[in-house]
Ligand binder design. Structure first.
Ligand code: F6P
Length: 547
């Protein structure tokens, strides 16, 4: 049954789902809710502090049963066990995938090649804690004896998106006497704007890079070193007080000139996009303190345990993964909108884009064959209610089906008059409008002239999930991120792809390396690209006055 070589579309449950879809495709959410008055209470699940209402999906109990069967036939249970056991499930890089070890309790034991990695995780966490405490208390001084007031994280991809998302998400808990900036883009504007009002004597740089070879990060780090040394009188010893590194690559860190005593390590079994709770989260810990950071880890761990142990029908990440797959592969939805109704989560959709699309944007199955159905949907989104006044028009009345994940909190961290009730009313109203719409009869009954009726009809039947939590805390953020991480894993397991490599980013990187000297050459270079690329390079050189 759980033959791993069988393409997903050849599984018996896939065929059953196909015919089931034929049967229910005309069913409207209006009818489904009428048929089962308790649907909105029944199709919900809770884990840790997160409550998921998935009743506004175009599914029946039969759909769920078949999706769970599909997961079972694809061996999801054994895939989950293999990940938690530390098997080398990232087969193309021959690595274990153990971000769950980063948030395991101190007393846990997780073996990788005969070695328990939990003590290593805690050794780094303790070192981070000590460092964060010293910076936050002012005990850690800069080269000129001033205390650190500005922290600039230099990194890109997983070494940026997690830290910046977590900083924004948990800003309420952050030390407001510290300024945090995040530099990721190779565009010099990013660095210039992040540092233009900072005093080098009070600025600490965290150079965050798993590999410590990423072109953007290394270029920005060199600019940062120049900027700091220039502002600090050129004494190279200043680097030790103003630069720390987060990496798996100690040799490269010390080649850059950062003392490895100021390096916070992690391991090749932590993927870049799964690293925000490793030492890559140093800026997060500096912002919110070690205790809050530990609370975030606890939240991650709670979701890990739920994912590992709960039956699939009650398993929040599994359900989210299966619903995403249903909407994508059976209803033909190409994208998922992630709509946090919380301003603090404004970078959450950007964070999820790397998590979801770098993980599951694959076209080859684990055995090297082409997949036989679409893989990752495109994730995108903006916080509510802002999005309502820009792209929701398309979600409500456009020709495309866009499943939505609404994320909201019962309590505001900044209660102010009626703001929060109005915000929440909008969340509930949007999912209601999407599901139930407004019929031509209803529009006509409002006295709308006939010619205008079609423009004002809302078809409804547009699926959404609503995730509710009491309050956005570090713990809840951990649960939320782990929820999406595991949902991505479930989808990848069913598509039988490797969620943990990213070969698709390599070609562009290699070509850019080749082009840099051609742009820089003092004399006209001999170009051997295609005619378009050659011409673009020549035009660029001409415009910048190189030749
Ligand atoms: O180019 C993609 C990528 O490899 C991501 O997977 C990773 O998060 C990012 O680059 C940054 O890599 P590093 O942390 O090694 O600098």
């Amino acid at each position: 049954m759980n033959n791993t070589n069988l393409p997903l579309t050849a599984r018996p449950a896939w065929h059953d789902l196909k015919s089931h879809h034929q049967k229910i495709q005309a069913a409207h959410l209006r009818q489904l809710f009428l048929d089962d008055p308790k649907r909105g209470e029944r199709l919900t699940v809770e884990a840790g502090g997160l409550f998921l209402d998935y009743s506004k999906n175009r599914i029946t109990d039969e759909t769920l049963k078949l999706l769970v069967q599909l997961a079972e036939q694809c061996g999801l249970r054994s895939r989950i066990d293999a990940m938690f056991r530390g098997d080398r499930i990232n087969i193309t890089e021959d690595r274990a995938v153990l971000h769950v070890a980063l948030r395991a309790p101190r007393t846990a034991s997780i073996m990788v090649e005969g070695e328990d990695v939990v003590p290593q995780v805690y050794a780094v966490l303790d070192k981070m804690t000590d460092f964060a405490d010293r910076v936050r208390s002012g005990a850690w001084k800069g080269h000129t004896g001033q205390r650190i007031r500005n922290i600039v994280n230099i990194g890109i991809g997983g070494s940026d998106l997690g830290p910046v998302m977590a900083y924004e998400a948990l800003r309420h808990y952050s030390d407001r006497s510290l300024t945090f900036r995040f530099v990721s883009n190779i565009d010099g504007t990013d660095f210039a704007e992040a540092t233009h009002d900072l005093d080098p004597a009070e600025t600490l740089f965290i150079v965050a890079s798993k590999t410590f070879t990423t072109q953007e990060t290394m270029t920005n780090a060199i600019s940062a070193r120049d900027w700091a040394l220039k502002g600090l009188g050129g004494d190279p010893r200043a680097v030790a007080r103003h630069f720390v590194a987060v990496s798996t690559n100690a040799a490269k860190v010390s080649a850059f000139g950062i003392d490895t005593a100021n390096m916070f390590g992690f391991w090749d079994w932590v993927g870049g996009r799964y690293s925000m709770e490793s030492a890559i989260g140093l800026s997060t810990m500096l912002a919110i303190g070690a205790e809050n950071f530990r609370a975030m880890l606890h939240g991650f761990h709670q979701m890990d345990e739920h994912f590992r142990t709960a039956p699939f029908e009650k398993n929040l990440p599994v359900l989210m993964g299966l619903l995403a797959l249903w909407n994508n592969n059976f209803l033909g939805a190409h994208t998922i909108a992630v709509l946090p109704y919380d301003q603090y989560l404004k970078r959450f959709p950007a964070y999820l884009q790397q998590l979801t699309m770098e993980s599951n944007g694959k076209q080859v199955a684990l055995d090297g064959s082409k997949v036989t159905c679409d893989t990752s949907p495109i994730y995108w989104g903006e916080p509510g209610t802002n999005g309502q006044h820009s792209f929701y028009q398309l979600i409500h009345q456009g020709t495309r089906l866009i499943p939505c994940d609404f994320i909201a909190f019962a309590e505001s961290l900044n209660p102010r008059g009626q703001h929060h009730d109005i915000l929440m009313a909008n969340v509930f109203a949007q999912s209601e409008a999407l599901a139930f719409g407004k019929t031509a009869e209803q529009v006509t009954a409002e006295g709308t002239p006939d010619w205008l009726v079609p423009h004002r009809v809302f078809d409804g039947n547009r699926p959404s999930n609503t995730i509710l939590a009491r309050r956005l805390t570090p713990e809840v953020l951990g649960q939320l991120v782990a929820l999406y991480e595991h949902s991505v894993f479930c989808q990848g397991a069913l598509w039988n792809i490797n969620c943990f490599d990213q070969w698709g980013v390599e070609l562009g990187k290699a070509l850019a390396q080749r082009i840099v000297p051609e742009l820089d050459a003092k004399t006209e270079p001999v170009l051997a690209h295609d005619s378009s690329t050659n011409n673009l390079i020549r035009s660029y050189r001409m415009l910048k006055g190189a030749s």
